[in-house]
Write a protein that binds this ligand. Structure first.
Ligand code: UD1
Length: 416
């Protein structure tokens, strides 16, 4: 069994570097299936989710070499179009194979995905998109099957700016006949990154990063080299840790415009932020002022930072409101934080967080970001915290224990 043991830390200091973005790596690695020949992708984080995706794509016949943040993927020998496996079931992003395989080979099949336990997370918008492009969509006992002789560009309006649906439709539409327009598209930086990579391979995509994305279908894409963006959520997690514990830390490899909503909130709370090219210096000596947050699609406050921010609010003055609008069940961390003495009242999708002196306890990471929130809580708490179920954390944070130790955090990985 693996667990994290976290002890009181008074001050964080030094430099910490952010890895490539998980949520860009997963769609971009899958998008490499669309290109003829080989793509070499750089800045790929060594994470459980990435390694699982590598296994899933290798099973299709893709030849993949992944070492030292570089992933080379060759598509010459792909001979299967189904990713029906336990591995795919466990990993939500495996559904990107639907868009990519449908786009290139006209057929795709996978199991309905799992992933973090943070709500229902249906894929109806993805399926509506595939169907609008002319694919036949069959759902049978949790298995999704797609088939199309020839995909045709279409106008697709998303009822909600879903990140996953926008990506899947882009993957399917890049080689469809004619023009596809996605309206009310998600605007996350990871979408822009995917569009940039697809365009380098020969796609014709405009408008990524706005709510209208236009895709003119092309006949083929050719594998290319590409470096992915840094992980804004990893950067944000370290920013919250410094703010909660106190310290003076330079966070390197950050695209500052991607963490604007976080910078704004930290400044409101009295944390000093010094921006530089590709880095952010965070200085905090506690005495934090309270503030409220409401999660929203990008460029709003990210739902993937809500749990870590809630931990931070336990260290801030007054009572503060957290509203989660993106996922309907994303307060799994609340019970765990309460075990540590947090004073949080939940009503539906809202939580009121009061200032509290946290104390070490035995807790469980209920999902990826909840796990990160508990690490921050453990550093700020008095005594020792033991975090179980850390596989959730390892799905999304590369080397988090060593990176945090590097800035003075009292944290150990214990394998029993
Ligand atoms: C992605 C991110 C995740 C992040 C989320 C929101 C990846 C691998 N994951 O998840 O870390 O928390 O964006 O920023 O990039 N919805 C539907 N029908 C659909 C699709 C989504 O109702 O077909 C709903 C979801 O249930 C949820 C909301 O839309 O309530 C947002 O989901 P979505 O933007 O699709 O998130 P993911 O792509 O799953």
């Amino acid at each position: 069994m693996r667990k994290l043991v976290v002890k009181t830390t008074d001050y964080l200091e030094g430099n910490i570097s952010v890895s490539g973005a998980k949520n860009a790596a997963l769609p971009i690695i899958t998008a490499a299936l669309l290109g003829e020949g080989s793509s070499k992708l750089s800045g790929i984080p060594d994470l459980k989710d990435v390694n699982n995706l590598v296994s899933i794509l290798s099973n299709l016949g893709a030849e993949i070499n992944f070492t030292d943040s570089e992933l080379e993927l060759n598509t010459d020998e792909i001979n299967k179009y189904s990713t029906e496996s336990d591995l795919a079931r466990k990993m939500r992003a495996s559904y990107y194979t639907l868009g990519a395989l449908l786009g290139r080979y006209g057929q795709a099949c996978t199991v309905l995905p799992g992933g973090c336990e943070i709500g229902n997370r249906p894929i109806d918008l993805h399926l509506k998109g595939f169907s609008a492009l002319g694919a036949e969509v069959k759902l049978d006992h949790g298995v999704v099957k797609l088939e199309a002789d020839r995909l045709k560009g279409a106008n697709i309006y998303l009822d909600y700016p879903s990140v996953g649906a926008t990506i899947n439709i882009m993957l399917a539409a890049v080689m469809a006949d004619g023009e596809t327009v996605i309206e009310n598209a998600a605007r996350e930086p990871e979408i822009i990154d995917l569009a940039n990579y697809l365009n380098i391979m020969g796609a014709e995509i405009t408008g990524a990063g706005t709510d209208i994305i236009k895709i003119t279908g092309v006949n083929k894409l050719i594998g290319k080299d590409y470096t992915i963006i840094p992980d804004r959520i990893e950067a944000g997690t370290y920013m919250m840790a410094v703010a909660a514990v106190g310290g003076d830390v330079v966070i390197e490899n950050v695209l500052v415009e991607h963490v604007r909503p976080l910078i704004a909130k930290l400044k409101e709370m009295g944390v000093e932020i010094i921006e530089d090219i590709n880095q952010v210096r965070v200085k905090s000596n506690q005495g934090l002022k309270g503030t409220d947050i409401k999660t929203m699609p990008y460029p709003g406050f990210p739902t993937d930072m809500q749990a870590q921010f809630m931990t931070l609010l336990t260290q801030a003055s007054s009572e503060n409101l957290v509203i989660e609008t993106v996922f309907e069940r994303r307060f799994g961390h609340v019970d765990e934080l309460r075990r540590m003495g947090a004073k949080i009242k939940v009503d539906g999708r809202s939580a009121v967080v009061a200032q509290a002196n946290l104390e070490g306890a035995q807790v469980e990471a209920t999902d990826l970001r909840a796990g990160a929130a508990l690490i921050i809580a453990g550093l700020a708490a008095k005594g020792q915290t033991e975090i179980q179920n850390i596989y959730h954390i390892e799905r999304g944070y590369e080397d988090i224990t060593d990176k945090l130790k590097g800035i003075g955090a009292n944290i150990e990985l214990v394998v029993e």
